[in-house]
Design a protein around this ligand. Structure first.
Ligand SMILES: Nc1ncnc2c1ncn2[C@@H]1O[C@H](COP(=O)(O)OP(=O)(O)OP(=O)(O)O)[C@@H](O)[C@H]1O
Length: 307
């Protein structure tokens, strides 16, 4: 039985359209995550990824359905759920330390200044900004600003970290370094994380599970792909793993073709029991995301390497 730390249950999002019509971004969407899991959601622009993240954050409400976190239905925003956006949204008049202490003191209102400062410093150190505590955002590079955003989010020790393409505005080198940092921190702290990404390799590096969404409107969660790569995987040697190409090809094939055709080609798709795809060796590969055990096996196809 899955430990459903996060349980998205039958949510829909509809907007009024032209001429009294209704646009349904998605409906009857079910999704769950275990505590400590890192999930990435991938799908084409407009399928509703940010909408799902905003609903999880409590920044938006579903038209139908509910979101349960740690056994409780959410309602509105909470310091239990921290969000990191593509743009950093730092307070420009505050220093690095000031931005992080501001967040920490909102959560622990009865802490004295010294305690808040020491707490904030721990997270500034964790993201590698030691020595930059007194700089203002205008004095920081894009990567440093994003580190402050990560330190600020982590400093409130959220139950869930929600990330909307947090690295997409960064240069490749900084992006790689920050991916490493986020992965290290999440592994070290057991952080539950839900992230939107357009970068397949980023998802393969960071995620335990990859949620594949079909194109909108009327988008579906088509599959949950389990990441078969070992937990101690490195960013630079991902492509050497025997299952890397099978996993990557499966996701790319979905994005290029199946995200468009899935709905028509899969009439029996049950949104409540979305197939859990396990890529790898026969005999090690069968699982399910739902209660009714729908199963899919994708053989490893890495050229010259036997899975
Ligand atoms: N306030 C709104 N009114 C009407 N439609 C909206 C509103 N907000 C979002 N939408 C629509 O909802 C759909 C999903 O938007 P969303 O931002 O969640 O997509 P996304 O998958 O995150 O896209 P991207 O990858 O481009 O960020 C889009 O078609 C968008 O136009």
């Amino acid at each position: 039985m899955t430990d459903k730390f996060i349980s998205i249950e039958a949510i829909a999002k509809r907007y009024p359209g032209a001429g009294g019509a209704t646009t349904t971004v998605f409906e009857n969407l079910w999704l769950s995550m275990a505590r400590g899991e890192f999930a990435c959601v991938i799908g084409h622009s407009g399928c509703g990824k940010t909408t799902v993240l905003n609903i999880l954050a409590g920044l938006d409400a579903p038209s139908e359905g509910a979101v349960i976190v740690d056994g409780q239905a959410i309602s509105g925003t909470s310091l239990d759920r921290a969000v990191i956006f593509q743009s950093h949204a730092l307070l420009p008049w505050r220093t690095v330390l000031g931005n992080v202490t501001y967040a920490a003191s909102s959560k622990w209102r009865n802490w004295d200044r010294a305690k808040v400062k020491a707490h904030a410093q721990t997270f500034i150190d964790l993201v590698g900004l030691t020595g930059s505590e007194h700089k203002r955002p205008s004095e920081l590079s894009g990567g440093m600003k994003q580190r402050v955003g990560i330190a600020r989010a982590l400093s409130i020790t959220p139950k869930i970290m929600l990330m909307d393409e947090p690295f997409s505005a960064l240069d490749a080198l900084t992006r790689g370094t920050l991916q490493d940092e986020v992965r290290r921190i999440c592994l070290e702290t057991g952080q539950t994380a839900f992230m939107i990404s357009h970068d397949v390799d980023e998802a393969i590096y960071l995620a335990d599970k990859i949620f594949l969404m079909t194109n909108g409107p009327g988008a579906l969660l088509a599959e949950v792909v389990e990441n078969p790569l070992p937990r101690d995987r490195g960013r630079t040697d991902l492509h050497r793993h025997p299952l890397y190409y099978a996993l990557r090809n499966h996701i790319i094939d979905f994005l290029v073709t199946r995200s468009k055709t899935f709905t028509a080609e899969t009439p029996g798709h049950d949104p409540r029991n979305v197939p859990l795809v396990h890529i790898g060796k026969p005999g090690l590969t069968i699982a399910s995301s739902g209660d009714e055990q729908r199963q899919t096996w994708i053989p490893g196809t890495s050229p010259g390497l036997t899975a």
